[in-house]
Design a protein around this ligand. Structure first.
Ligand SMILES: [Zn+2]
Length: 87
């Protein structure tokens, strides 16, 4: 069973949702129906466990360009891709 999604989820050859945006290889963090943010690993886990409900509908994604984004499931931190430090 695949998670419901309002966006096109990029998947690898094994069907898993990809962790990175291409081009660039930036990390993706997904925004769920309840407004929480989940990493690709947790999304794939939710899919395997066949979790359903509005909170498991993928509404969109964020790329943590300038600020840290935390997965609310496992606590993994992503970004920022760019820092404001010069040099
Ligand atoms: Zn996670």
């Amino acid at each position: 069973m695949r998670l419901k999604s309002k966006i096109l989820l990029a998947r690898g050859e094994n069907g898993d949702i990809l962790k990175c945006a291409w081009p660039g290889g930036y990390p993706l963090v997904f925004v769920m129906g309840d407004g929480s943010t989940l990493c690709a690993d947790c999304l794939n886990e939710a899919e395997k466990e066949e979790l359903t409900g509005d909170e498991y509908v993928v509404e969109g994604f964020v790329i943590p360009y300038e600020s840290l984004v935390v997965c609310e499931e496992c606590g993994e931190q992503f970004g920022p891709v760019y820092t404001t430090e010069s040099g």
